[in-house]
Design a protein around this ligand. Structure first.
Ligand code: FES
Length: 138
């Protein structure tokens, strides 16, 4: 028999619904020599600090496939589109948190352009639809 810890299950469900930012910790400026602490690591730390006290989850990961335009991060909220950003640095941390919260509030799952923080406008690399999305021709 399998027992499920409902508190743990509820916490996992809440975490799955939370706006989540994935920060690539291995990003470094293309063409520049490696450094002991990579810019991606610095961005991840700054984003984690900026998320403190909010509902936003910050996950560290290695490589979002945007290496030539790093530092990179992606975000999504429950059922939303997924956004990938590049050209970020530690000063972008607050913008990432603000953007993730905007995305979580967006009823259509699309990050609004109006009011979107500047680093998330100029740094947009791609947006990817949620599973099950179908374009509607009008
Ligand atoms: S190393 Fe950061 S996107 Fe590839």
């Amino acid at each position: 028999m399998t027992y499920v810890n409902s508190t743990s299950a509820n916490q996992h469900a809440a975490a799955a619904d939370a706006p989540t930012i994935y920060v690539c910790v291995t990003c470094r400026p293309p063409g520049e020599p490696d450094s002991p602490v990579r810019p991606g690591e610095i961005l991840a730390a700054a984003t984690s600090r900026a998320a403190a006290g909010t509902e936003v989850q910050v996950r560290r990961m290695r490589c979002l496939g945007n290496c030539t335009r790093g530092a990179s991060a992606a975000m999504r909220a429950n059922g939303s589109w997924t956004y990938v950003f590049g050209g970020l640095d530690a000063s972008s941390a607050d913008a990432l948190i603000e953007g993730a919260r905007m995305l979580a509030r967006a009823a259509d799952g699309i990050l609004p352009w109006r009011g979107r923080p500047t680093p998330l406008k100029r740094g947009l690399i791609a947006r990817v639809p949620p599973i099950g999305f179908e374009e509607v021709d009008e």
